[in-house]
Design a protein around this ligand. Sequence first.
Ligand SMILES: Cc1ncc(COP(=O)(O)O)c(C=O)c1O
Ligand SMILES: [Zn+2]
Length: 435
Amino acid sequence: MQQAPVVTGWRCAVCATPVAISEVFSWRCPNSSESDRHHVLELENAIAPLRSSGDANPFVAFQRYLAWDAFAATLSLDFEARTKIIRDLDDAVSVIAGTGFRTTPFARHDGLSDELGFNQQGGVWIKDETHNVAGSQKARHLFTELLHLITVEIVGRAPWESPTQRPALAIASCGNAAIAASTLARAVNWPIQVFVPHYADEATLKILNSLDANVVRCPRVATDPAGDPCVFRFREAIDQGCIPFGVQGPENAWCLDGGRTIGWEMAVVAEDLPGSLISRMFVQAGGGAFAACAASGFFAGATKPKLHAVQTQGCAPLARAFEIAQSTGGARNAGARWSQCMWPWETTPVSLADGILDDETYDWIGGCNAMADSGGYPVVATEQQVLESYALAHRVTNIDVSPTGSAGLAGLLAIREEVADDERVIVIFSGVRRQ
Ligand SMILES: Cc1ncc(COP(=O)(O)O)c(C=O)c1O
Ligand SMILES: [Zn+2]
């Protein structure tokens, strides 16, 4: 049976410009420019009811809800042809990553729930991303960007004549996103430039080199404005023809499509739980795409737990933005107030949870909308709570999570007194520890 696509189009959350879902390479709002990056496309869609097809691969299980699926349908590819594109690409990824995309574990953790004083009705549910492709949630966001690119090639709409003439992909990241992007790029032999900070750690650089990524170190230069030098060098590469392949919605909105799979996976499990509903969801926020997508995916289901975006005292621009947005007209739909609400964190960010130190929360609008819609709010954890959550995760679970990956738990520690013992809450162990 042919069903109507669920996603109908994009619209800029700042200037309201619509972009058709059929548009090729629709990475950014047409009004986004070199001097004004304060635009981000968001999806217009209606998912009801949310149902998994039962496939182990989330991109197949929830295929109908993907913007990519609606996009590919406009290129005259039928449903089966679209499923085959996902499966073929997933096979290629698994050759490099050792695994393709598979629904990741999500269950109540009795030890952690007891440790934190929850009773039998309540508890802590852990979503474990540490065995996802490339060891974190990042590859989910990037897979829909890659699906878009590969599909355009398949239907003969790419402006280059053959794969050997592909422009390089580009990403600004020093950690999991860079590893995920380089893994996916390597799976299809697409060249990639990775812009990393000058302090990037050796373990990550080694992995990037083994994946044949072209690593470019980016020291801060005196002529740069405030903000991340890696992002500036990345944007220069885009201006020179590279393809944005990162996890920041304003640079490539297609990352906001696949990122929702994690929320969908949790929502269908949560719906089937006997007893009370999940009441809160703690999601560590750096660039913010993760929190925005996990929430918008989950909210497509029957319930809306309060979203708590978790940041550290060393770097909390999203918490600052939420507060300003609330007092200047509301935290929902604050996109037009971008300059007033969001600007780079002034001091050099430091934390053991170094994956959430983005000095700007690029996807702050999606995060603020989700917190406002669900009655949630940002939580700023102390560095002590970041350390404690990491130690606690390793003491009571056997998940080899990184300090960034357990930082959502630091948010729960920070507001544990506000959470009733019979509440059910989610933390996402989003990334594996790397030595
Ligand atoms: C393991 C892990 N969790 C969470 C995040 C935060 O994701 P986002 O930057 O989309 O907010 C990152 C980002 O680097 C990460 O590596
Ligand atoms: Zn716009």
